[in-house]
Ligand binder design. Structure first.
Ligand SMILES: *Cc1c(COP(=O)(O)O)cnc(C)c1O
Length: 233
């Protein structure tokens, strides 16, 4: 589905004001919470709209879709991978994305580190934690987070910015609240223990971004509220 820049702008203004009021309620500075536009399933013009609006980055959940769209989009904007990544696509992802948010295993870390080294770049990453312990979600189990972080910090060609999680789908808002609080607690503990700031907490989507901001999110990944509903894939 394609929409005009004016439609995008009015939706983005609304999302921004929702972020601002969530920050006000949480006593936070709205500049601490970035809006990442999730352009998956939408055409390259969606990324162009996000760039024109002044957003830093867009998110894609499939490697090849992101690679193709980036090639079609002349706008200056960063591309972040937010969907599950298989090790055999690590090289392609390292070459075409500015950050990978979905790193959830030691094997994937090794593949990305090697690929980034061969490309002569330092690749920023987030560690994806299944903080809601949802069997339907990817992400390392919370108990594995310390070991995964140690492995990640030992990778010379990766820069660990923080963590990402996706809350389980639930009608009960307390489920998302618990998930976000859990990731925040994991981050605070590991940041204190490692001496690295691990500043980024990528959590919250269209339906649960207010709860995520209350729990300390620094980056909300928003698709539907910016671009409308997606066709089922
Ligand atoms: C699709 C997706 C989003 C955006 O979801 P909306 O509900 O459309 O805002 C956020 N994060 C991830 C990992 C996604 O795959």
């Amino acid at each position: 589905m394609s929409s005009t820049y004016e439609e995008f702008k009015s939706r983005a203004d609304l999302v921004r004001s929702q972020i601002a009021s969530a920050c006000a309620r949480a006593g936070r500075d709205p500049r601490e919470v970035e809006l990442l536009a999730v352009t998956k399933t939408h055409p390259a013009t969606a990324a162009a709209h996000a760039a024109r609006y002044g957003l830093r980055a867009v998110g894609e959940n499939r490697v090849q879709e992101g690679v193709d769209k980036r090639a079609q989009c002349a706008a200056a904007i960063a591309w972040e991978l937010i969907g599950h990544l298989q090790s055999n696509k690590a090289r392609l992802a390292a070459a075409h994305f500015d950050r990978v948010q979905s790193v959830d295993s030691g094997k994937l870390l090794n593949h990305l580190d090697r690929a980034a080294g061969e490309l002569g770049k330092v690749l920023p990453v987030l560690l994806q934690i299944n903080a809601g312990q949802d069997p339907a979600k990817f992400g390392a189990e919370p108990a594995e987070a310390p070991r995964l972080l140690d492995l990640a910090l030992a990778c010379k060609n990766l820069r660990v910015d923080g963590f990402m999680t996706i809350a389980p789908l639930s009608d009960d808002p307390a489920v998302a609240e618990r998930t976000f609080a859990n990731l925040r607690e994991i981050r605070d503990r590991l940041a204190a223990g490692s001496g690295h700031p691990l500043r980024e907490l990528s959590m919250g989507m269209s339906g649960d971004m207010v709860a995520a901001i209350a729990a300390g999110s620094t980056l909300v990944r928003v698709g539907t509220a910016l671009f409308g509903t997606r066709e089922p894939v």
